[in-house]
Write a new protein. Structure first.
Length: 196
């Protein structure tokens, strides 16, 4: 849903405030002949760090099993704590917040709870169903993470019908959620970004 592109925009904006890193804790599909997500998001304005690279384009646990790598939440958080210091970090997950990254069922929400970021940005495809996706993701996160969460509406596949786009924004705001960024289909720059 455009997470790498959104991560790139955020990294570029934060780089004006100091040294920025783009971190991809787990990336699968690295043998697919495309640039790594962290490298693509970092551009010329941030350093890129991929903690675990897996060749097959599968969910993290499945890709790790195929590569004989044993993922675990403690291992990933340990790798994360060894990163060099930076004023800002933009961390891009793989899949959604409920995607498991540990054979014991721990997922990205647990990783977020462990590293305690200043802000979690949930990237939601700006289409019919966005309100549901935003509410489900943020409710799921809230069970593990008490920190700030913002929604980024990204038209990943097509610019939504204006009535759908308006309803998405009203419905997300009516749910008490903050929209911190918006981007249209194929945009080179976000239409709006409000980082704290």
């Amino acid at each position: 849903m455009g997470k790498t592109r959104v991560a790139s925009w955020i990294a570029r904006a934060l780089s004006a405030r100091g040294v920025t890193q783009v971190v991809k804790p787990v990336e699968s599909g690295v043998a697919a002949g495309r640039p790594a997500d962290a490298l693509a998001a970092a551009g010329d304005w941030a350093s890129a760090h991929t903690l675990v690279a897996l060749p097959l384009p599968l969910a993290p646990l499945a890709a790790a099993t195929q590569a004989n790598v044993r993922l675990s939440l403690p291992w990933l958080t340990g790798l994360y704590t060894k990163l060099p210091a930076a004023a800002h970090r933009v961390i891009e997950g793989a899949g959604g917040v409920a995607v498991p990254i540990d054979p014991l069922g721990k997922d990205w929400a647990d990783f977020i709870a462990a590293i305690r970021p200043d802000l979690v940005v949930v990237v939601v495809d700006d289409r019919l169903g966005a309100i549901n996706q935003a509410r489900l993701a943020t409710d799921y996160l809230a069970a593990r993470h008490a920190g700030s969460v913002g929604i980024w509406l990204n038209a990943a596949h097509a610019t939504p019908d204006p009535a759908v786009a308006l309803a998405n924004r009203e419905g997300i705001r009516d749910a008490g959620l903050s929209i911190i960024g918006e981007s249209s289909f194929g945009a080179l720059n976000p239409e709006r970004m409000e980082l704290p």
